[in-house]
Design a protein around this ligand. Structure first.
Ligand code: SIN
Length: 560
């Protein structure tokens, strides 16, 4: 299979120069921009508007040890257990240590987290804040806002702070490819990014080059590569695909986390599905199959609050048995909350009402859906990648925090820790300028994938590369993608749709290649033909595009 090494686009007609360009406007990108802004010029590039990404939709909240009865050791242990052997313990410790400061920092910026319930006394807790629990956590340590509108509050806070601090935002601007120049010693160094300004319908208005001393990728994950996902439509893996095209390795691509419970709205629902937060189970809700049998009892000591990969796998296994003839959803019973449900989970309540359901009195139909990309561009928690001048933060990166399965609500925390760290580092010191050669004329290999055929990609991914995989299904997905990759052609015109489609095809190929290679089950990569977790597989894989655009999977080096 051969994939484009460059996105086809009209020739650049304009140029800008800034110190730092940030691609993406969620929690990670805005945290970076905010931290660097006091001393550097910074431009945030986003293909839609500030709030179009995943941050806005996060329900659960931010994990961090605030309760004196909890400890960083507990949080570290829970993260390592969820990560199924592939976390980097040192990086996890850095995250967990900085998480409480990060939460207090957001509060100082104006984030309104929900105050404590009077019925849960927490001796020694010095702020009035509610703490809840989600899957895999041994203690209440998730802060939330507006009940289940935590991400929206984080996004609002960062939007306001960044814009107030004078961060410039370029809306409706698509990041196409990195501009890779030379460091003084002649080695490759990123010197900017080629972008396209779009109109509101995604048609190209102009193409330009933004030169910068540092490019920070914060474009989020790639949930839209699957037919059913909790991610909004904008989450098309643009940052990961751009990095692949620049020759960077993508680590842990096979570890796609499926959230156990999105609202099931009927057979064949596609695209973004309403999330039913794990915090609902944190408040005591129980999973049942259609025959009324409990699902999680006897599966894991934490039962309904087991780590997410365990719950998703158990639901999938139960659906495969088709209890009471139902093979595509199960039920979540939160009726014990009664009228309190609407107050604690207003967004989920509204989504349920839209399908005519009252969670105070009825069980909620739910099913797993793609939710989070645990892998990504190999980076450390300061965003440093293998290519000088290029940084990656948030879901787009693979820092070692999540391993084979992310612990719930660690991701917003990671985005703000890593974003703030990279912004602060770049405020202190910028890379030396890269020398950029005049743009070479394209080789002609820059063909695009037809967006009208994207459905074939997401259908194959959901059918064969979902919660449970096997060699036959993965080979079938690979063959579909191979056929579709030959359907990239010079006749497809550049537009937001065709660039996103090309990015998604690229990422699908990376995920399937890594999933085929990993012949074991670990974390959120489950193979029915290799059900055991194998000590020999206690290692990372990385995917690269070779110079011809072929996908290559290889063992990842131990660290960045
Ligand atoms: C949820 O609210 O269940 C999602 C939280 C997360 O993905 O961390």
């Amino acid at each position: 299979m051969v994939l484009p090494r460059r996105l086809k686009a009209p020739a650049p007609t304009w140029q800008r120069d800034v110190d730092v360009v940030v691609l993406g406007s969620g929690a990670a990108g805005l945290s970076a921009a905010l931290a660097v802004r006091p001393v550097r010029s910074v431009l945030v590039v986003t293909k839609g508007i500030l709030e179009a990404g995943s941050t806005q939709w996060a329900q659960g909240g931010l994990a961090g040890v605030l309760d004196p009865a909890d400890s960083t050791e507990n949080h570290v242990r829970d993260t390592l257990v969820a990560g199924a052997g592939l976390c980097d313990e040192d990086v996890v410790r850095q995250l967990v240590d900085e998480a409480p400061t990060t939460i207090r920092y957001l509060m100082r910026l104006g984030a309104a987290f929900d105050p404590s319930h009077d019925d849960v006394p927490r001796p020694g807790l010095d702020i009035d804040i509610a703490l809840t629990r989600e899957g895999g956590h041994s203690h209440d340590r998730i802060v939330h806002s507006g009940g289940d509108r935590s991400g929206a509050e984080v996004q609002r806070t960062l939007d306001q702070s960044a814009v107030g601090a004078g961060v410039e935002v370029m809306n409706h601007t698509f990041a196409l490819d990195l501009v890779v120049g030379r460091a003084p010693d002649g080695s490759p160094q990123v010197g900017g990014v080629r972008v396209a300004r779009l109109d509101e319908d995604g048609a190209v208005q102009s193409v330009g080059t933004i030169t910068a001393r540092a490019v920070v990728i914060a474009c989020g994950g790639y949930g839209q590569v699957f037919a059913s996902t909790s991610n909004p439509p904008a989450v098309t893996g643009d940052g990961v695909a751009l990095a692949l095209r620049a020759g960077l390795p993508i680590r842990d691509a096979e570890f796609v986390q499926f959230h156990p419970t999105v609202l099931w709205r009927g057979p064949g629902a596609r695209g973004q599905q309403a999330l039913v937060s794990e915090a609902v189970r944190g408040e005591g809700a129980i999973l049942y199959d259609a025959a009324g049998e409990r699902i999680m009892q006897g599966i894991h000591p934490q039962e309904d609050l087991a780590p997410r990969d365990v719950v998703s796998a158990a639901i999938s296994a139960r659906m495969a048995l088709a209890p009471a003839g139902v093979d595509d959803h199960v039920y979540l019973d939160a009726t014990h909350m009664g009228e309190r449900f609407a107050e604690r989970f207003p967004s989920i309540f509204a989504a349920c009402r839209e399908i005519g359901l009252d969670p105070a009195t009825e069980r909620i139909p739910v099913a797993p859906a793609a939710h989070y990309s645990c892998g990504g561009i190999t980076a450390d928690l300061n965003g440093t990648t293998t290519l000088p001048g290029l940084f990656a933060v948030g879901e787009v990166s693979s820092t070692g925090v999540h391993g084979a399965n992310r612990l719930a609500s660690n991701s917003l925390t990671e985005s703000i820790v890593a974003g703030t760290r990279v912004g602060r580092d770049l405020a202190w010191e910028l890379p030396v300028p890269a020398r950029i050669a005049p743009e070479k004329v394209s080789s002609g290999a820059d063909v695009l994938f037809d967006p009208d055929r994207l459905r074939e990609v997401s259908t194959a991914m959901s059918r064969h590369v979902g919660v449970v995989r096997d060699a036959t299904g993965l080979a079938s997905a690979m063959s579909t993608l191979g056929t579709l990759s030959r359907a990239t052609n010079g006749g497809v015109e550049p537009s937001r749709d065709s660039w996103e489609a090309t990015n998604l095809l690229t990422i699908a190929s990376a995920v399937v290649s890594a999933a085929l290679e990993r012949t074991e089950s670990r974390g959120c990569h489950r193979r029915s033909d290799h059900p055991g977790t194998e000590p020999a597989w206690l290692r990372h894989l990385e995917v690269v595009l070779d110079p011809s655009g072929a996908v290559d999977v290889r063992p990842a080096p131990a660290s960045v």
